[in-house]
Design a protein around this ligand. Structure first.
Ligand code: SF4
Ligand code: SF4
Length: 99
């Protein structure tokens, strides 16, 4: 088949952490009170590999040598982080609500 005259010659550069438009809007919006479950770290199991942070669509997980942080203001409780963790170090727990 002949090459298309206007076909792009190279793939466009994609940022390593691409947040699509929906995720970007979600990230800009505090989650509020509708979330029913949240991921909680089981510290003894975590090897600080960062896989959870790489997969979080909201980019709200920070993993460092001495630090593990989830920004619950924006976390949507989707559970992707818990599903990809190779050590089972994130447990989805029910929200604890007052009253
Ligand atoms: S549940 Fe995990 S993957 Fe989903 S938004 Fe919260 S921290 Fe990110
Ligand atoms: S994927 Fe699991 S083991 Fe790796 S940093 Fe996240 S919680 Fe820790």
């Amino acid at each position: 088949m002949p090459a298309q005259p206007n076909a792009p010659t190279a793939k466009p550069a994609v940022p390593t952490k691409y947040l699509g438009p929906v995720a970007t809007v979600f990230k800009a919006s505090p989650t509020g009170s509708w979330r029913d479950v949240r991921p909680e770290l089981v510290k003894e199991r975590c090897i600080a590999c960062g896989i959870c942070a790489q997969h979080c669509p909201l980019d709200v997980i920070t993993v460092g040598k001495e630090e593990f942080h989830i920004d619950y203001t924006y976390c949507k409780g989707c559970g992707i982080c818990a599903n990809v963790c190779p050590k089972g170090a994130l447990a989805m727990q029910p929200e604890r609500r007052e009253g």
